[in-house]
Ligand binder design. Structure first.
Ligand code: 6GU
Length: 291
């Protein structure tokens, strides 16, 4: 049985790349509710865990998250998706990222995918047909949870959106370019428009890379210490406390004494105080939006 998210599937004879002996590691993590990214995902995972308990053969497999990126400059993304944490996640079999060159879907002999805008406006516009054909080829193969278009006028990408998207199984990211895409694509095919900030980029590739990085690191098992993804800045609407490593004294620059004390409770208290203080000072807006 395949569940709709990357959480678990219960009892599968398929053999995903994640070895069975790893599953106990993930199970420990996921039965600890407070390790999950947010309340919604905690709720989701609990419901999955309850299903596992009623299943006579409790073997857990991860379902791979799949991201399809459609771009006119795929070279911009190649390096990124094969290196870094994203590359490692793919090698572990937790995530699949596929890049599609939109020009492969052009019917033009010069592989053009854009044309002049109606109305005599400046700039070029990406045409419907190559995008429609590319998306149709993908959706013919599998169901997609979201078809995202990167655009400065989209919804602002933030940590809660990353948390939500990281629970999806299949998503498409269409990278915008030129002056824009034919609006009919946005009306008829796109389910979500996302911006990574209030500035204009030449194309959506960097935005797609930013989104992939933020999503993939939240997929359970991608980074070795999952707690660290969840204690990131922004996960609680708080900036992270400062961190230090050896030596404790470098050129007279010292580390706060409390961190060397070995007193766990006091260190935790210090961490929370620091996080609050830094948030108040650097990002007071985050505290205003806290529930
Ligand atoms: Cl998603 N695309 C483009 N072209 N520019 C942006 C953006 C996206 N987010 C901020 N600026």
């Amino acid at each position: 049985m395949l569940l709709p998210h990357h959480g678990f599937t219960i009892l599968s004879t398929e053999n995903p790349k994640v070895p069975i002996e790893n599953s106990s590691k993930y199970r420990n993590l996921l039965t600890n509710i407070y390790l999950l990214p947010n309340k919604a995902s905690a709720f989701f995972h609990i419901s999955q865990i309850m299903r596992i308990f009623v299943n006579p053969i409790p073997i857990l497999f991860y379902v791979r998250m799949r991201i399809d990126i459609i771009s006119v400059v795929p070279e911009m993304l190649d390096g990124f998706i094969n290196t870094s944490i994203v590359g490692r996640a793919q090698k572990k079999g937790l995530v699949e990222i596929h890049i599609h060159n939109l020009r492969d879907y052009s019917k033009d002999k010069h592989r053009r995918v854009d044309d002049y805008p109606f109305g005599g406006f400046a700039g070029m516009v990406m045409q419907c047909q190559p995008i429609d054909d590319c998306i149709a080829a993908l959706t013919a193969e599998r169901d997609y949870d979201e078809i995202i278009f990167t655009s400065p006028d989209g919804e602002k990408f933030d940590q809660p959106m990353a948390n939500t998207l990281s629970l999806k199984k299949n998503i498409i990211i269409l990278c915008g370019h030129y002056k824009g895409i034919d609006y009919r694509i946005r009306e008829h095919l796109i389910t979500k428009e996302v911006s990574i900030g209030d500035y204009v980029l030449t194309g959506g590739e960097l935005a797609a890379a930013v989104m992939c990085d933020a999503l993939v690191r939240l997929v359970p098992g991608v980074i070795s210490d999952e707690q660290s993804a969840l204690s990131d800045s922004f996960q609680d609407n708080l900036l992270a406390a400062p961190v230090y490593t050896r030596p404790a004294n470098y050129k007279g620059w010292t580390v706060p004494d409390i961190l060397l004390s070995g007193h766990e409770a006091k260190i935790k208290e210090w961490e929370i105080t620091q996080a609050l203080e830094r948030t108040k000072r650097l990002r007071p807006d985050l505290l205003e939006t806290k529930e």
